[in-house]
Design a protein around this ligand. Structure first.
Ligand code: HEM
Length: 150
């Protein structure tokens, strides 16, 4: 789970800078992210189920904000990947053997651009709200490695 999350973080960072990866790698990494994000949701399923069930019961403001934020991130990611697929110039034409559209649909392109900014902010907040968990998991893993090396 910890390494999956680290991979997701690095992947999102790489995807946010198209000039760094180039467009071909950007598109394939974007598609790879779909599988990893799906696995991330499956691993978090008990949290999702228990917080969805308990949404109308008494909950702290923090838990409610976290729940709302996670749904916003999910919606933003879905729109980002969906728009990315629609403006794809490399990966989707290769997979479907369809001809590349001569011009990119500027509306989907601007949706992709807007969603990428939104996801950047929401993913940062998501990491911040779960920072205690990430730190504890990191300490456990690196502590074990550190003990093993001594
Ligand atoms: C989490 C996933 C993704 C992130 C964070 C992301 C982020 C970005 C960013 C920041 C840009 C540059 C801004 C722009 O010109 O619109 C961009 C451009 C682009 N992305 Fe993505 N993207 C993701 C997934 C995808 C996927 C899955 C595809 C297609 C399979 C894709 C296809 C494209 C294309 C074709 C462009 C070039 C748009 C242009 O030249 O105007 N992206 N993406």
């Amino acid at each position: 789970m910890f390494w999956l999350d680290v991979t997701l973080l690095l992947l999102v960072c790489a995807l946010e800078t198209v000039p760094f990866t180039g467009l071909v790698l950007h598109e394939w990494l974007g598609l790879a992210l779909v599988g990893l994000a799906f696995a991330h949701l499956l691993f978090s399923w008990s949290w999702i189920a228990s917080h969805s069930r308990g949404f109308f019961s008494r909950q702290s403001a923090r838990a409610r904000i976290n729940y709302f934020l996670n749904w916003s991130l999910f919606a933003g990611m879905t729109a980002l990947i969906f728009s990315g697929i629609l403006i794809s110039q490399k990966a989707i034409p290769t997979l479907t053997a369809a001809p590349v559209a001569p011009t990119m649909d500027w509306r989907w392109d601007s949706i992709h651009d807007t969603c990428s900014n939104l996801v950047l902010i929401l993913a940062g907040l998501h990491l911040a709200l779960n920072w205690d968990w990430a730190l504890a998991a990191g300490r456990r893993i690196f502590g074990r490695l550190w003990e093993g090396a001594r």
